[in-house]
Design a protein around this ligand. Sequence first.
Ligand SMILES: [Cu+2]
Length: 271
Amino acid sequence: MKKVFLIFSVLFLHTKSFANQPKNWQLSFQDAASQSMREIVGFHNDILLPIIIAISVFVLFLIIYACIRFRASANPNPSKRTHNVAVEVLWTLVPCLILIVMAVPSFKILYKQDIIPKADLTIKAIGYQWYWGYEYPDENISFESYMIETKDLKIDQPRLLSVDNEVVVPVNKVIKVLITANDVLHAWSLPSFGVKRDAVPGRINETWFKADKLGTFYGQCSELCGIKHAFMPISVKVVSDEEYQKWLLDAKEKFAKEIKEENNYKQIASK
Ligand SMILES: [Cu+2]
């Protein structure tokens, strides 16, 4: 009994217990940390899954029914029928209706995600072979984010997902992400936020998310980009407003972009 309960809880209650990174033997999605992702998960669980299960059960029933009802031993003289208008109309119309039932909520979610609300913070993600570069254009911050090698991992850092410099964003704020690449195609993807966009050299794609949970969230490059494609993870740390301001002060020092050059230039220009 215990075993049955365990299997049941793994199969059906997994979304509750999973955190924000992939787990061994995981089924289905990671925990949602944004309204967008909750809508995607809801669409999958409440609309797609029931339809998939109903179709599978129906087709299985048809196969079993046909095998028994029309078996050779019970039908020495097989039926010669080739057409049935009613059945043909039905098997065309019903799938069309099912597709429409799926398409309406799907497009609704898609277009809702496509409209970027007024951003509280803009960050820029640049894909390189094989790491991510980040900029906070309004804060004059620019840094690179490399995966931490397995041998250098600290105890609570997940393998292949931890990076040296995480993106830090405040909770409950609209974050606009500008995404591009500097060499080949990459893709910036973060499952918990329901975000995935191609990083295309010479072009800027944009997306957004509003994280409503604190914590570190992990994603990976999702476009085959070369030999170390699997080793350029994305790590976003969602913190409170105060913590973000604190990080910002440090980051402006540590990751300052071209301040010195600008000052030098101003000094030279004023001479
Ligand atoms: Cu890549």
